[in-house]
Every structure is written in C-alpha cells, then in structure tokens.
Write a protein that binds this ligand. Sequence first.
Ligand code: AHR
Length: 507
Amino acid sequence: MPEARLIVDRDFVLSDLDRRIFGAFVEHMGRCVYGGIYEPGHPTADEQGFRGDVLALTRELGPTIIRYPGGNFLSGYNWEDGVGPRAQRPVRRDLAWFSTETNQFGTNEFIDWCRKADIEPMLGVNMGTRGADAARRYLEYCNHVGGSELSDLRIAHGYKQPHDVKFWCIGNEMDGPWQICHKTAAEYGRAAQEAAKVMRWTDPTIQLAACGSSHRNMASYGAWEYDVLDACFDQVDLISLHTYFRNDADDMAEYFGVVELMDAFIKEVVSICDAVAAKRRSYKRIMLSFDEWNVWYRTHQIEHMRKPGWPVAPKLIEEVYNMEDALIVGGALIALMNNADRVKSACLAQLVNVIGPIMTDTGGAAWRQTIFHPFALAARHGHGRVMQTRITSPAYAAKAFPEIPYLYASVVDNPADGTTTIFAMNRHLSEPLDLTAELRGLGSDRRIVAAHELHSPKLKVANTREMPNAVVPRANADVAISGERLTVRLKPASWNAIVTQGAARPG
Ligand code: AHR
C-alpha cells in the first residue's frame, strides 16, 4: 500500500490566507442571473425577486467575494443601463452571448444580493467598448459619499450609503479575439494605466486588477503579462489569471495533471510580475487574482455558448459535474491555498447554472453539483495561515506533467482558535494512501474535530435533479491522532479535509 508523509512546523508559515481566494463569479450569461440568483415569481423569491433557495445554497457554499457583471458580457456593458427605475431600463442585444439583456437586474440589485448573502462584491469596468471615463463614473456612482452628480444619482435611486466596493477589475480577457473590442497588449496596457489612474484618483482606497491572459495556452501568454504590467505596473495591485480545466482524453490520471499545470501557471505569472519589478528596481509585488477558474469542456462548443433568436436567459454552458470534476476542483483549491503568498483572490466561475456549483430549474428546485462540496469545505475550514509543507509521496508520470505525486495537500493553521486543517487528495486511482502527518510545534493536545471525505467508487457519477446527493462528503473513520502525529488512510481518488483542534495559540 502506498504511503506518504507530510511535515509542517509552527515556525514555517507560507503566508496568511486571504479569504478572497474563496470567491465566485456571477455574469449576465445564460441563467446565472435570470433564473439563477434572480427570479421574481419563484416560490422562494423574496420581495426583491432573489431566489431564497439559491441564496441559502450560496451561504452554505461560502464564497467570500463575487465578481460581477462579467466575463465577456462586461466588454459591451453600459453600467447606466442597469440602475434606476426598472421600467426605464433599456432592453439590449448582448454581443458576448447573443442574448437579449433586459437589465432588470443591475449593480444595485447585485450589491443588495451580496449584502443578503454576506459576500463582498467585486466589480469590473468595461474596457472593450468603453474605457477610463465610464470606469471613473461607475466608481463615483458606487463609492462616492454624495454631493456630486453621480453619487447623488445613486442616492436618488434609493442608495444613500455608498456601496464602498473595494475590488475592481479593469476589463475582462482583453487578450482574447472573442472579446468585444479585443485589444493588443500595448493598447490594453496603456488604456488600463489611464483607467487605473483616474479610478484611484476617484477613490484611493480601492484595489485594482489588470487583465492577464485568458488562458496559459494563449499564443500571447507571457508577453501579454509583461507588456501589460510594463505599462501599468505603478497603477495596479493585481493581475488576473483564468483557466478552465478539460478532460478531453477521458483519462483521470492525465486529468489530475491540470492541477499541477495550474500551480505552474501561477508560479510563471509570479516570475513575470517580478521581472517587471526587477526592471524598475522596485520592491513592489504585484499580486494575483485567479478570477475565473473551473472545469469546463463538455459544453465548450459554439452551440452551447450561443442560441439562435437572441433569447432572454437561455440555457448556456450548463455543465453537469461528476466525481472526477469534484476532485479537480478540490485539487485546484489546494493549489490556490499553496500559493497564498501571491494569490490574493480567486473566483470559481461561475456560481449558478452557468458552469456553476449550484444548479436550478427555472420555477423549480435548486441542488448542489459535485464541485459544490470541496469548495464549501475549503471555504469553511480555510481560515488563518497556510503552512509550508514538506511532502514525501510516491508519484506517477503523465503526459501532461512528468511527475505527479499521489498525495496533493495543503495545511491551513488558525492559531486564533487552535484549528489546523489538512486538505489532502489521493490521486492514486485504485489504491488507498496511508498518510502520516506531523504537525510539529502545533500542540500535543490536538484532537480530530472532523475528517470529511469526498469519494465515490464511481468516478463518472454526477449529482442531478433526481439524485442530488449521489456525491456528498462523508466521515472518514480511518483517522487517528496521537500527540502531534496524525495518521489517516485516504481512499483511492478521494479529496479530504481533516480538521484538528488544540488550544488557541498566539499568532
Ligand atoms: O465564464 C464564462 C466565460 O469564460 C467568461 O465570460 C469569459 O471571461 C471566459 O472566457
């Protein structure tokens, strides 16, 4: 039976964990907004038309921040269309998804929904059809206290208090030819520099993320990050990364390799950020916002992204996730946590229906997809600081990546309440993995609070309307702790969150 060892030491901390890495994404696309979070007339809808069942599942999922309103939609969006009296809002054709946008849901509704869900809003500004001027006006509408045309407009719309949105994305995937008004790196870098400058003048308290590459496979990848940051290094705080995992070969051993590639992607972008800093002899460090990531490949063809006839809220990219995908999402969360020194926000794309952890029937039920579970467990237990891990594990070779250790793990320690959580995935498809974890210096008074295990002998099984609980976390009884040494048997192809607790410690 394969065995693995993991060591952490209280003195070796990688970084505090920014809880915004457990973010999600709501785009005006398909049924994410309409029929997802917003559906007036639904039996569970509240007085604002927000679906109560989706709100409850969102709270259970636990995203800390949500990016809005796009995505590709952002690059053609006029924020003014979505504020003010609903009857006066224009109906428009959205060129991102060839849908009709009614604008019955806009920024103020999104902020209200976030407040109800206890989630921080993250907004994007349109750098496709628009630019710096619309961006600064949108920011003034949202964040200025009052006494100016646009802040008074917000107040007239019923929002006396500023929304005080701190996190702003300067456009979306501007490197992609599919983007409305796609730009070269030089065009975007310069435009982002000026947009960021006037946005920061408008509100100096905000954080700004520039667009990185849409994918690591883009031909312009690397050069794009360098050139964009070379233009706007002084004005921005973060650069974005996007990735969508695929299992085209239908080979789980290969599929696990995408998590290693995500880790490599992060480290490569960090190197580029630091190369731009080095050129300037600057100690400033650009942080990473992995603000779109998920599994998405079954519904990637054009017919899933575009329905004829300019429909309102059509079914688009409603990917149904299986156990394999839950493992990959769980692995990606480990990769994000293990890069917590540079990844300061990340958004699972998206939240509902559109490649979402939550699925709904319009007018009907809502349920948890398989990928819901690793996300909810990581968001619930990922508090505190990420520890450096020393891992010894047998490995296998794949085409995607030369060496894939069976054990993939992250340890998050929260001195404030004495909890230490081991997130661990066994990538062996047929053998359990016996893991010994030494939690050195974290207290010999530890006990196991919970050992959550996500596993199914059927890797293709999915959660559906008819079988919403085919894949759910269960308790793993094969775990023990003695002093600072924990032992656990990880089932083949399983993702685990093992929560231990000792006395609270000084941070
Ligand atoms: O999340 C779906 C789409 O994927 C987003 O609109 C876009 O940014 C990305 O290409």
